[in-house]
Write a protein that binds this ligand. Structure first.
Ligand SMILES: [Zn+2]
Length: 176
């Protein structure tokens, strides 16, 4: 795995005073390099983060805005998508309590002695979630050469199926 130094996404929380703190982050292409199986190849994102520290928890809210580069489902070419969304994370100090009602919100449990809050996974998860299920170019923007190749492949596999099916067709006629 490629080691990328994304230390800027780790916030020191030990000496942080109670109350609200504001941060700005930029996410570029290198952020995704440490996730080998990522469906995102690049990004140009701004994150405005509010971190509300209390005695037993930290409430994190982020506004994500910008573009990500992923793959077009139809022509497999690069596809740039605009994203703009809000996400929140509740960081609780203490041990994981499975009995606790979480109520749909993302909760991260941190040991009270922990001095840093690593936001990388939170950022990554929510950026991936923000991608639409169908990722395709507008019809005319797909790579025409690739589309042509895909079409001929589709024809070939259809022919194969036909050949495979023919013995059964013969059987069927025999039985009739
Ligand atoms: Zn396309």
């Amino acid at each position: 795995m490629k080691k990328v130094n994304n230390i800027e996404y780790i916030i020191p929380i030990k000496g942080l005073s109670i109350g609200k703190h504001y941060y700005n982050f930029t996410i570029g292409n290198s952020f995704f390099e440490e996730y080998e199986k990522s469906e995102i190849f690049g990004a140009n994102l701004e994150i405005e983060l509010t971190l509300d520290k209390q005695a037993t928890f930290i409430d994190v809210k982020g506004g994500f805005k910008g573009t990500v580069i992923t793959e077009c489902d139809r022509c497999l070419g690069e596809l740039e998508l605009e994203i703009d969304f809000m996400a929140s994370l509740l960081v609780r100090f203490g041990k994981i309590d499975p009995e606790e009602e979480i109520g749909g919100e993302e909760v991260l449990f941190l040991d009270p002695s922990e001095s840093e809050l690593d936001l990388r996974q939170f950022f990554y998860d929510y950026i991936c979630l923000a991608l639409p299920i169908q990722r395709v170019h507008k019809e005319e923007e797909c790579d025409p050469e690739i589309l042509e190749k895909l079409k001929s492949h589709a024809v070939v596999s259809e022919q194969k199926i036909e050949i495979k099916e023919s013995p059964f067709d013969k059987l069927k006629t025999l039985m009739n």
